[in-house]
Ligand binder design. Structure first.
Ligand code: F6R
Length: 243
């Protein structure tokens, strides 16, 4: 796409199509969602469609990719807060239908929580659609380089690059969360449809490594080459390193 506006609108329309189709079938639309700068315009367009075109989120169930750990939901950096501000509080999604990894749990309860997070998705029959961004180190969710293709939902230590990129939000590198709970690569790969968004020249190297490089844990986004229905939706700057 020439720019992220047109691209974001197209993806929002694809998501709306899934929501409407599932609603006709009387089924939930199960969406895997991402935070960060990349999906913001997609959420804005979904809100616009809710307001202006009557798109209803009553049948939508969401599971976000990740949350910092530890993290209180009302903190400025919390992904719960991000999702409420960017989407949930502006549409008619029932409050019990959205889910994020719980950054408030004691460490000893995390293992059980992560298993249950995946079990819930499985009970819905898996994710109908997974939205992703890509980190400067090629991560998807917070599956940092080294993450295996069969990795499960778990607590991860964040790479230094990821911490540096989050420093602005936390008011300095020293204050950045060193850990996060992330959905594993396996659940992402099991989604029926995956769309990775990338805008800007700073994403170009990793987009090229993910799309044209070898499939490797060094660049977790490269696993998507093995997915049957995954697309990289990018602007011309993010595409500038593709051969
Ligand atoms: C966020 C997430 C991350 C981001 C990635 C890109 O929930 O899972 O993988 O998608 O770090 O972030 P932005 O979009 O801010 O460049």
């Amino acid at each position: 796409y020439a720019d992220s506006d047109a691209a974001s609108r197209a993806i929002a329309h694809e998501i709306a199509g899934i929501i409407r189709q599932k609603s006709i079938e009387g089924k939930p639309a199960v969406l895997g969602l991402a935070t960060g700068s990349s999906p913001k315009k997609v959420y804005a367009e979904l809100i616009r469609m809710h307001r202006e075109e009557g798109l209803s989120f009553q049948n939508v169930v969401t599971y976000n990719l990740d949350e910092y750990y530890p993290m209180q939901p009302d903190s400025v950096q919390s992904y719960v807060r991000f999702m409420r501000e960017q989407l949930f509080d502006h549409v008619d999604i029932p409050s019990g239908n959205w889910h994020l990894p719980d950054g408030t749990l004691p460490l000893e309860k995390l293992g059980e929580f992560c298993k249950d997070y995946e079990a819930q998705i499985e009970r819905y029959g898996g994710l109908d659609f997974q939205l992703l961004g890509i980190g400067r180190n090629g991560h998807i969710g917070f599956n940092e380089p080294g993450s295996l293709i069969n990795s499960r939902t778990r607590l991860m230590t964040l790479d230094l690059t990821t911490q540096i990129d989050a420093a602005g939000d936390f008011g300095g590198l020293a204050k950045v969360s060193k850990k996060a709970i992330t959905m594993g690569v396996q659940k992402i790969m099991e989604a029926k449809r995956v769309v990775l968004l990338a805008w800007g020249e700073h994403k170009a190297t990793n987009v090229a490594r993910a799309v044209e490089g070898s499939v490797s844990s060094d660049v977790p986004a490269s696993y998507l080459q093995l997915h049957e229905n995954a697309s990289f939706v990018i602007d011309t700057s993010a595409a500038s390193q593709l051969t």
